[in-house]
Write a protein that binds this ligand. Sequence first.
Ligand code: FAD
Ligand code: NAP
Length: 315
Amino acid sequence: MADYKRYDVVIIGAGPAGMTAATYASRANLSVLMLDRGIYGGQMNNTAEVENYPGFDSILGPDLSEKMYASSTQFGAEYGFGVVENIEIEGHNKIIHTDMDNYIAKAVIIATGSEHTHLGVDGEEDYQGRGVSYCAVCDGAFFRNDDVVVIGGGDSAVEEGLYLANVVKSVTVLHRRDKLRAQQITQERAFDNDKMSFRWHTEVTEILGDGDKVTGVRVINNQTQEVSEIATGGVFVYVGLKPNTQGLENLNITDKAGWIMTDDRMRTAVDGIFAVGDVRAKELRQITTAVGDGSVAGQGVYDYISALPAEVKSV
Ligand code: FAD
Ligand code: NAP
């Protein structure tokens, strides 16, 4: 372990939650490393417009991400690349293993967020990247001349459907109920948009293709049991989120669904390990709540490290 780089705090994930935790912890004079398996910004990079972040009428997700990154590094926090594979506990030390390097920290903040759930129907994996997408902002432009379908009824499905309506020929939202889960204002915009339509009580049972690319979806109306096909070149799947907690099972800090349980100071059941943002078991997954969590944990790690025995603190 002699060659492992040491930090006071290692933050896993550089989305809004991790970046805010880095701002607070480094501003408290702790040495901080933010590790991410990709570019900083997290889900904000896949969001076109953010209209509910205080201080901005509207801001592009990647622009907000750049601003947060600048804040998070201004007091000396470092940003590094690496897929965190697991965390070992040895006394007060937390050993963070990544696919590249290993690190030792006095405290760890898990800010790994969540990712899109797959639908789990035939054709979905086969045609991923060939008509099946989980990111309208990334892939919408490939479907300029297409009638696309969006699956789901939450904020992601309806907002990304609205984004797609600006880019493609038409958008049909396929939802398994007849009520959307999305915020009211978003629903109203979608209902008012001439390029958007909705098919209710509609479940996709298969994504169809010609071997090369998507050609349509097979659906069933769960009220009438009628089966039909919808021709489309693009299928955008937004059927919910699952937590990024793979590799952390040994810590035993999640609920049954894998979301990390914390107290209101973002402390998990393991001393010196905190969790923030979407990866937590919580009600509202937003940028505002992620940064709120991040600030609480950034202060929390300072309190935690300050209370460690002098011989541990000084290493
Ligand atoms: P994330 O943003 O998910 O960041 C987690 C980071 O952890 C990622 O960068 C990931 O690469 C990294 N990571 C994961 N696992 C590992 C690992 N093992 N090793 C290293 N790094 C890892 N909220 C709003 O407030 N307004 C909006 O307009 C809005 N629009 C949205 C649109 C869409 C399509 C989606 C999906 C979400 C939207 N949200 C919006 C929700 C918002 O984006 C999230 O609540 C927020 O990004 C959560 O922040 P986070 O830092 O907890 O996680
Ligand atoms: P979500 O809120 O969990 O919605 C998932 C949708 O997919 C629901 O409508 C659900 O149907 C449907 N669904 C789930 N499993 C399905 C299946 N197997 N087959 C067909 N449909 C299925 O997920 P989300 O929309 O990705 O949002 C996740 C979080 O991010 C939420 O907290 C959301 O508020 C937040 N977010 C916020 C914004 C914003 O603030 N602007 C934007 C995007 C996301 P039912 O309705 O029948 O359950």
